[in-house]
Design a protein around this ligand. Structure first.
Ligand SMILES: [Zn+2]
Length: 266
């Protein structure tokens, strides 16, 4: 019986090993796809509502806190550390209109919602899921629903819910701005009650965010300035064209009268 050549055996061994590796390599993406689709970690905290709450805090509270040079204590539920999505949100790069990049792995997406999904599936470990770190839980106090819905507020006021939200709101005021911790904290405590808590009533007399926001005034300021600039330049353009027209008109008149004078003797 002929002995099989050693080279052939080695070749067959290597070929089968590489084939196996290749098959695994091929299956790898589908396995990860399965992971990406199926391994959705359950988090009982709405990212959307947490985002809305953060936006409200940024717009209607932080300008006043910064102006006072006050540092929010970590036990306050509005402190950035108490928002489980903060780290992920800060790793969002909005590179262009339709380009959202993941700050952890640099993958890009067309829309923000796909990046959110990617965060949920791939960077779950970056979530700070310890107890009481859900910013959406204080949405009732911060009026997230009113801000999130574009429709005018027409739903019937529920006195029990209003009282509950007011209570939550007041507890936020005392934990974030304890009145016995200096004059800045005292002032901010009163401001917080006026800005967020007073409107939790069914009487309807209190305006939402009655102290306004710093951002909005600055945006309004920019819009007004741009409008004034446009109007001014239009005015100057009009004046220039008008004067040019006048000049041309008088020149024309002069020319006509001159030609009239020349024609007279003949
Ligand atoms: Zn990523």
């Amino acid at each position: 019986m002929a002995k099989p050549p050693t080279r052939l055996i080695v070749f067959l061994f290597l070929f089968s090993t590489f084939s196996l590796l290749e098959i695994h390599g091929e299956f790898e993406p589908s396995r990860t796809l399965e992971q990406e689709q199926g391994n959705v970690h359950e988090v009982h905290c709405s990212r959307e509502r947490s985002k809305a709450a953060w936006k409200i805090v940024e717009e209607y509270l932080m300008p006043f806190v910064e102006k006072e040079g006050y540092r929010i204590p970590s036990r306050c539920r509005l402190h950035p550390e108490n928002d489980m999505y903060r780290d992920q949100e800060e790793h969002k790069i909005h590179a262009a209109l339709n380009e959202w990049r993941c700050g952890y792995c640099k993958k890009t997406f067309y829309e923000e919602k796909y990046l959110d999904k990617h965060f949920d599936n791939r960077h779950y470990d970056m979530l700070n899921v310890t107890h009481r770190r859900c910013l959406a839980d204080v949405c009732g106090a911060l009026h997230c629903d009113r801000v999130m819905s574009s429709l005018p507020h027409k739903t019937k006021c529920n006195p029990a819910a209003a009282a509950r939200n007011k209570h939550l709101c007041e507890s936020l005021a005392s934990s974030c701005f304890p009145v016995n911790e200096g004059s800045a904290a005292h002032r901010l405590n009163e401001l917080f009650l006026r800005q967020f808590c007073d409107s939790h009533s069914c009487s309807g007399g209190q305006k939402l965010f009655s102290l306004g926001s710093k951002k909005k005034t600055s945006v309004l300021y920019i819009i007004t300035s741009v409008l004034i600039l446009i109007l001014l330049s239009l005015f100057y353009i009009f004046m220039y064209l008008y004067q040019r027209g006048l000049k041309r008109g008088t020149q024309e008149l002069k020319r006509i009268s001159r030609s009239g004078q020349k024609k007279k003797p003949s």
